[in-house]
Design a protein around this ligand. Structure first.
Ligand code: FMN
Length: 395
């Protein structure tokens, strides 16, 4: 099949994966209003076309936390990626390294930090805080020793939100024979995936948590152990505890409000990700692109602001950069690439985004991605959200 857009990668992933895994990637919380808003609000934004600006030289290069990269893009942490393709996180990390962009490894990955670090440049590491602090300290020390350059601390999952697709598909239904048969039937209908992942992709455990949490050595009861082990009592004071274990940059992921951005910086964050977890947590919350300008304005360049949610193309990236992000992150886009085509699929997704970003820059007259600003934007479309370039905030 010809793959010309991220949507093509999504279609290929849907055919290749068992339904319960595709729905796990695809779905959001509750009625999926915020999931939809991420995409719709980005699409409503309109660029200004600028012409005759000598776009023969275009630079997409930038840097974050002192690390140079080929374009302002980071692969968001995506859990269970080793179930989408064989040793999926290692494959994706290799593709990211080849494209010269950072790969952020989820806490709940199949491959451990060590396995990914042996396969490619050590990843950024995303942390979900679990209750066992001694194990948390050990894990952070291990991430440091492996060379992870940045810690991404996800703060928008104090409790897991209900994702109805996962209950319907059987993925997070109550354990029992019915569920087992449903998942087995679904898996058996996808023999290429069974051969690649189920048979040749072992072990299927949570590589980072299995050494510390007995239940994490198997995939079953994922939702239940998350509920039992994730720390719900977190507050801004806990950043100081993390800082006592981690000396490199700490990026707080899951900021949607300028007041929280301020508190995160006060608590010592070195960077922020404007994120609603891809619409998988608070349903009815704002799209990320609609709050990005006000957060970027409040941060006013004190720390880098990254954004994810709904980014499916190079033009989407440029919109986010124009509205105040120093870099974008992608979740589903790389997961689709991985599920449909392994590391090669991820590499192709990154190449598509790079080409599309360059084209969008050329057609808006932007020759250096680091200079993208609100002057690239003509309008915000719908009636809600930011209302025009004058309100687009600073970088
Ligand atoms: C299947 C899936 C698993 C995810 N797992 C994690 C995770 O383990 N840790 C985390 O911080 N965010 C996780 N996220 C959220 C992503 O990091 C990111 O915020 C989101 O996918 C961005 O939206 P997008 O998918 O529209 O690009 C996950 C998202 C998806 C789709």
């Amino acid at each position: 099949m010809t793959l010309t857009t991220i949507h093509d990668h999504r279609d290929r992933a849907r055919r290749r994966l068992p339904r319960y895994l595709f729905d796990y990637i695809e779905g959001g919380a509750h009625e999926e209003q915020t999931l939809e808003a991420n995409v719709v609000d980005l699409r409503r934004i309109r660029f200004r076309q600028r012409v005759m600006r000598d776009v023969s030289q275009i630079s997409t290069r930038t840097e974050l936390f002192g690390v140079p990269m080929s374009m302002p893009l980071v692969l968001s942490p995506v859990g269970l990626a080793g179930m989408y393709a064989r040793r999926g996180e290692a494959q994706a990390a290799r593709a990211a390294q080849a494209a010269d962009v950072p790969f952020c490894l989820s806490s709940v990955s199949v491959c451990s930090i060590g396995e990914v670090s042996r396969a490619a440049t050590p990843p950024w590491f995303q942390l979900y805080m679990i209750k066992d602090r001694a194990y948390m300290r050990e894990l952070l020390q291990h991430a440091d020793a492996q060379g992870c350059a940045v810690l991404v601390f996800t703060v928008d999952l104090p409790v897991p939100a209900p994702r109805h697709r996962d209950v319907r598909s059987g993925f997070s239904a109550a354990p029992g024979l019915r569920r087992f048969l449903k998942l087995a039937r679904d898996s058996a209908a996808h023999p290429a995936w069974m051969w690649d992942v189920l048979l040749r992709g072992k072990p299927h455990s949570f590589g980072n948590f299995a050494p510390g949490i007995a239940e994490a050595s198997a995939m079953k009861n994922f939702g239940a152990w998350v509920g039992r082990n994730y720390e719900q009592g977190l507050s801004w004071d806990d950043i100081a505890w993390i800082r006592s274990c981690w000396k490199r940059p700490i990026v707080i992921k899951g900021i949607l409000d300028p007041d929280d951005a301020e508190l995160a910086i006060d608590a010592g964050a070195d960077g922020l990700v404007v994120s609603n977890h891809g619409g998988r947590q608070l349903d009815g919350g704002p799209s990320t692109i609609s709050v990005l300008p006000s957060i970027a304005a409040r941060v006013a360049g004190r720390v880098p602001v990254l954004v994810d949610g709904g980014i499916r193309s190079g033009p989407d990236m440029l919109k986010a950069l124009a509205l105040g992000a120093q870099a974008c992150m992608i979740g589903r886009a790389w997961a689709y690439g991985l599920a449909g085509g392994g590391g090669g699929g991820v590499a192709h997704v990154l190449e598509l985004l790079r080409k599309e970003l360059r084209t969008a820059m050329a057609l808006t007259g932007c020759t250096d991605v680091r200079a993208a600003g609100p002057d690239l934007i003509a309008s915000f479309g719908g009636e809600t959200g930011p209302s025009g370039p004058d309100h687009a905030g600073g970088r």
